[in-house]
Design a protein around this ligand. Structure first.
Ligand code: TYM
Length: 335
């Protein structure tokens, strides 16, 4: 049986990178339901506090926004399990069990850890940030997940997850934990609009670097208009090495339209200037995101409903599976 599983941190509105790298595929996988398929999609609020969330009112709101965004994308609480990590204590419990078999050396080699801890004083950098990928492995392994749709930046975390599962199974001589497959989209790495050598990210200080799913059409137009391209030539083709900005736009269109890069290149072959290209790209983004934004604006007005969806999904659907896993693993380990 296929268990499709993924999560997102509630650290700000979802952007085009999240959408084209992950969230859009969640919806597609939900809709291409094959028999015996389960989908679980969650809000990783425990992961979010690796960057302290001291404004707790705002943090509560961010968690609600994440649920609203998931629903606005068309992910349905009837077809999927939508859950909130912190409502299911078994995530933290499995995290501990797995930490006891994970090596420091392996965690030390994680590129996300390296980039986030580099240059930070050892007394300032936190254990939770270092151990972050183990909690992520626990999330995934708790549900016997077989397929995890994520963006490219999660590659190493998924490798670690498989490594931990293998190690556990070897130690306890059995097939207790499932090694999950990573699922990538063709747009597994969407780049920042004004610095296309970096990925589009929620934590980038400059809001012009990303397009939110909730951006109004004028804002999308403005951001695309200002995005960094090049002055190589007024005919546009895909060349990520030399024309990262233009190639990023081509990628975005190909992701939204479900067309290959070559097809998009043909569609834009007649264009003679950057303005025409940018208008074309922003029109396509606006058309795709408008229904999502409208649904989001409705949903966010009803926090009670949003919390209800998250609570039901967590306590009625996700938690019983998680409890079953913990029970089996604890027995296996001799508790
Ligand atoms: P997060 O919240 O940073 O991102 C959510 C998803 O969006 C993808 N993504 C991108 N894809 C393409 N291009 C980009 N520029 C881009 N930016 C983000 C991410 O790869 C991710 O799929 N650690 C995870 C959350 C997590 C998780 C899990 C994921 C916690 N537990 C278990 C899968 C399974 C994270 O920080 O994602």
């Amino acid at each position: 049986d296929a268990v499709i599983f993924s999560m997102i941190q509630p650290t700000g509105d979802f952007h085009l990178g999240n959408y084209l790298g992950a969230n859009r595929v969640w919806k597609q996988l939900q809709d291409h339901k094959v028999p015996q398929q389960t989908c679980l999609f969650g809000v990783a609020d425990l992961h979010a506090i690796t960057v302290p969330k001291l404004d707790v009112v705002k943090f509560k709101q961010l968690r609600l926004q994440a649920i609203a965004s998931i629903l606005a994308l068309g992910i349905s609480p009837e077809k999927c399990t939508i859950f909130m990590q912190s409502k299911i204590p078994e995530h933290s419990q499995l995290n501990w069990l797995l930490e006891t078999i994970t090596s420091m050396g392996y965690l030390n080699r994680m590129t996300q850890w390296k980039s986030k801890s580099e240059g930070v004083d050892e007394d300032q950098v936190k254990l939770g940030l270092f151990a972050y990928p183990v909690l992520q492995a626990a999330d995934i392994l708790l549900y016997g997940s077989t397929h995890v749709p994520v963006g490219e930046d999660q590659t190493q975390h998924l490798e670690l997850t498989r490594n931990i599962a293998r190690r556990f199974n070897k130690m306890y001589k059995g097939r207790y934990l499932v090694e999950p497959q990573t699922i990538f989209t063709p747009t597994k790495k969407v780049l920042s609009l004004n610095n296309p050598t970096k990925k589009m990210s929620k934590s980038d200080a400059d809001p012009l670097s990303r397009i939110y799913l909730t951006d109004a059409p004028e804002s999308i137009q403005k951001k695309i208009k200002k995005c960094l391209t090049d002055s190589i030539s007024d005919n546009f083709y895909y060349d990520p090495e030399n024309r990262p900005g233009v190639s990023n736009l081509i990628n975005i269109v190909s992701g939204i339209q479900g067309k290959s890069v070559e097809e998009v290149e043909k569609d834009i072959a007649h264009m003679k200037d950057y303005n025409t290209l940018k208008t074309y790209v922003s029109d396509i983004i606006i058309e795709d995101l408008t229904p999502v934004r409208i649904r989001y604006e409705q949903l966010i007005k009803d926090p009670a409903y949003l919390m209800d969806v998250a609570t039901k999904g967590s306590l009625e659907k996700a938690r019983p599976i998680a409890q079953g896993t913990i029970k089996r693993l604890m027995e296996t380990m001799g508790f």
